[in-house]
Design a binder for this molecule. Structure first.
Ligand code: FE2
Length: 279
């Protein structure tokens, strides 16, 4: 697809699928690095947070404080009632977020590849800031469903919605829980917003009509593909029912001419402000 075709398709549909966007070696590099980070991560001190006996607010705080950290989130039901993991650690983690792109040198360099910056520019993002990164494991057999949502619900930007860059580090198929999107659905402004003030989360619903899931199409992609998602595009992924994992790395970019709402859950302190592609 040529530049103008890509721009046209993105404007019309709210997403883009770019196969072979990154080399397999880059996928493997990120996977190896994550496997190291997981190996070094000691879940003992957070067992109580995730243990079923614990209070919900503690888990919520663990999430709310992760905007400028590298934190590990477990699959639902990964723990036994006594706080022990049911399965081995590396197969129990749902995702890792949300500042890998600023705090880990390998993820830092990958996230700032010239090719990514060029594509962001092509899509009309002005000198964008990378506001969030997530490494998503979608574990074999237990990787849970992510219901239909718009990313703007969680990362609201005032003038121009954020844009998600989703890299398939492994192939994504119907069986292992590929992304599904509603083409053109990005014309609907956020139906719901997550508002966070003083460590308290509430939701604001602007439209309670259900998404027409019959409009969803699956985006099965080979390893090394990039899927671009407009922040208002409804998307989801189903459970991973296969014995294969579906690792992905995602970035969310904010055009600098758009204001990131200070009511978003994701906060950055003065010690680690949002950065763009160049220092
Ligand atoms: Fe999403």
């Amino acid at each position: 697809m040529h530049t103008s075709e890509r721009q046209e398709f993105y404007t019309e549909n709210g997403f883009l699928v770019l196969k072979n966007f990154i080399p397999i070696e880059a996928c493997q590099l990120l996977m190896n690095r994550m496997s190291q980070l997981i190996a070094e991560f000691n879940p003992d001190h957070i067992k109580t947070i995730f243990s079923t006996k614990n209070q919900r607010p503690t888990l919520q705080d663990y999430f709310l404080e992760s905007g400028d950290k590298i934190r590990f989130f477990f699959e639902e039901n990964a723990f036994l009632p006594n706080g022990d993991l049911k399965f081995e650690k590396a197969l129990s983690i749902n995702k890792i977020g949300h500042a890998l792109h600023d705090l880990d040198s390998i993820f830092y360099c990958f996230s700032r590849l010239h090719k990514i910056a060029m594509l962001a520019d092509e899509l009309g993002l002005i000198d964008p800031l990378i506001v969030q990164s997530m490494y998503i494991c979608k574990q074999p057999l237990i990787g849970g469903e992510v219901t239909c949502h718009q990313d703007s619900t969680f990362l609201y930007a005032k003038e121009k919605p954020v844009v998600g860059f989703w890299f398939a580090l492994e192939e994504a198929t119907l069986e292992n829980g590929c992304l599904w999107v509603i083409p053109g659905g990005h014309r609907t402004p956020p139906k719901l917003r997550l508002i966070c003030k003083d460590q308290t989360i509430k939701t604001e619903q602007y439209d309670d009509s259900p998404w027409d899931l019959t409009q969803m199409i699956p985006l099965e992609v080979p390893r090394g593909s990039l899927i671009v998602l407009h922040g208002d595009l409804p998307h989801m992924s189903k459970e991973n029912v296969s014995p294969k994992s579906r690792h992905a790395y995602s970035l969310h970019l904010l055009s600098r001419d758009s204001e990131f709402s200070d009511e978003n859950w994701l906060k950055r302190g003065a010690h680690l402000p949002f950065k763009g592609f160049v220092d």
